[in-house]
Write a protein that binds this ligand. Structure first.
Ligand code: SF4
Length: 490
């Protein structure tokens, strides 16, 4: 039996069409937001619309492919045949959707280029009664995996300890997981079961069936949103769309608390195969008729032509809206390391470094950018100053912000950090007019290579860290920390 075609379609639906319940929560969050927060969410909603209409991945981070399989005991395929079909579907989806080659050897950094490798795609298999096969595809991006938190709290702390762990996790996460998203906390059991349960609940649309837990979900969600971190960590709206709680009985001496995140791109699609191999998508994902995109106002902003000089960068202040025209150059963790060790592959003086690993494909011998949103900038915290010093680049574009320690360097050197709405990968791609060239592709793979883009009015970008020692993230986080202390004193 061939189930690969159906699996490729399920991957495509998951990557391009948000679950309806998540979309509805995004619309609610938009209504509750204001100022910068509202503008960030308008960009996200526009991006969701483009993805659904053009059948393109909604985010450039198309995630690690995670499959939850419910295999009917009388379905005519063996578990290992299903796993092989999943691997084949991952390879085909990489080309056909397309999705970003997102798997790499953790020791050598080598990317096989087809979303497979040791242990991936990730398959959770459950044998159930019946003769059907049901597969849920849940692509999981790196930005929302990064702030995962485990606390082993003293058992005597009980629910107060759970609350403390949760609020700490949200504060440490800040804008990194492209808020507003979904957060899930599970406590008790053993560490691995607590995480499995927390992850499973990220995809539960409803409140918990037990009233006392449902009430806890409401309470914790209200508290998390009182912190004011807001869309993309820049304030002005909800920090989380929803929050899930669950529990397991625990050992008297241990009390694990697992906190896990999904970003706004909380992707999932479910496919059902009958015993003859006929299939249908059974999850509710948005289609064109469901779209209620608010008008995306063309914001006024400062137009910057690249290369930019130091004085122009020093004139920028946090909160300014900026559009860039000229050459921007992608670099993530591996490219930063390589630039420090070997020097940049081209002259970057006065240019902008974009924290981005795009989805690209070749058409008629030319590279085409499919999706190119920003990646989590905090990963480059320790490397950024050296790279700017070495290359002479003056602007950094990313999402989620960078460490406060960099503010002094930005001030001395004359550099600024510009925030692009996290995950708005298709909006970003529309401003990229041409791939001028690419460096280190063979060695580092697509996401980590240095892509050189010609852009026109790339934005809107918000100056989130300037050359005067100011950071919007710091303002938001300082006030969130005070609020968290108040909440924990209650
Ligand atoms: S929306 Fe943000 S956190 Fe989510 S996958 Fe995309 S870049 Fe990563």
């Amino acid at each position: 039996m061939n189930i690969v075609d159906g699996l490729v379609e399920a991957i495509k639906v998951a990557e391009t069409r948000l679950p309806k319940w998540v979309y509805e929560k995004l619309l609610e969050a938009y209504d509750k937001s204001e100022g910068r927060g509202k503008a960030q969410l308008a960009a996200v909603l526009k991006n969701v619309e483009i993805a659904a209409k053009e059948s393109k991945p909604m985010c450039q981070d198309t995630g690690l492919l995670v499959f939850h399989v419910k295999l009917g005991v009388n379905f005519p395929m063996k578990p290992w045949e299903i796993e092989e079909a999943i691997r084949e579907a991952a390879r085909r989806a990489t080309e056909e959707v397309p999705i970003r080659p997102n798997t790499m050897d953790p020791i050598t950094g080598k990317n096989p280029g087809d979303n497979t490798g040791k242990g991936v795609p990730i398959v959770h298999l459950e044998i159930v009664p019946g003769d059907e096969l049901v597969v849920s595809v849940r692509p999981k991006g790196g930005g929302s995996e990064y702030p995962t938190k485990l606390c082993m709290i003293p058992p005597s702390r009980g629910l107060k300890g759970v609350e403390e762990c949760l609020l700490k996790a949200v504060i440490e996460a800040g804008g990194k997981p492209c808020p507003p998203g979904i957060i899930s906390v599970a406590f008790g059991g053993t560490v691995e079961r607590a995480f499995e349960l927390a992850k499973e609940n990220l995809y539960r649309a409803e409140r918990h069936e037990e009233r006392r837990i449902a009430e806890l979900e409401e309470q914790f969600l209200a508290e998390v949103n009182e912190l004011g971190i807001g869309p993309m960590g820049l304030g002005g709206g909800p920090t989380m769309l929803d929050l899930k709680v669950d529990y397991l009985y625990r050992h008297p001496a241990s009390y694990p608390v697992a906190v896990t995140f999904n970003c706004w791109a909380a992707r999932e699609a479910t496919i059902l195969f009958d015993k003859n191999g006929n299939w249908k998508i059974v999850s509710e994902n948005v289609n064109e008729n469901d779209l209620k995109t608010p008008e995306l106002k063309a914001e006024e902003g400062i137009e910057i032509k690249l290369p930019v000089d130091e004085d122009a960068v020093r004139r920028l202040k946090v909160g300014d809206v900026v559009y860039l025209t000229g050459t921007i150059v992608t670099a993530r963790d591996e490219a930063h390391k390589k630039m420090i060790e070997e020097g940049p592959p081209m002259d970057l003086k006065g240019l902008a470094i974009y924290h981005c690993g795009p989805v690209v494909r070749k058409r008629d011998g030319e590279w085409e950018v499919v999706a190119a949103g920003p990646t989590t900038s905090a990963r480059m915290n320790a490397l950024q100053a050296d790279v700017l010093r070495k290359t002479g680049a003056r602007l950094v574009i990313g999402k989620g912000g960078m460490s406060d320690e960099l503010l002094k360097f930005f001030k001395d050197f004359g550099a600024a950090y510009l925030a692009f709405p996290g995950g708005a990968a298709l909006l970003a791609a529309k401003a990229i007019k041409k791939v001028k060239t690419v460096y280190w592709l063979e060695e580092l793979g697509v996401p980590e290579a240095v892509w050189v883009f010609e852009v026109e009015r790339f934005g809107p970008l918000i100056v989130a860290m300037d050359a005067h020692g100011n950071s919007l993230y710091k303002e938001v986080m300082d006030s969130a920390k005070v609020k968290a202390e108040e909440l924990l004193r209650k």
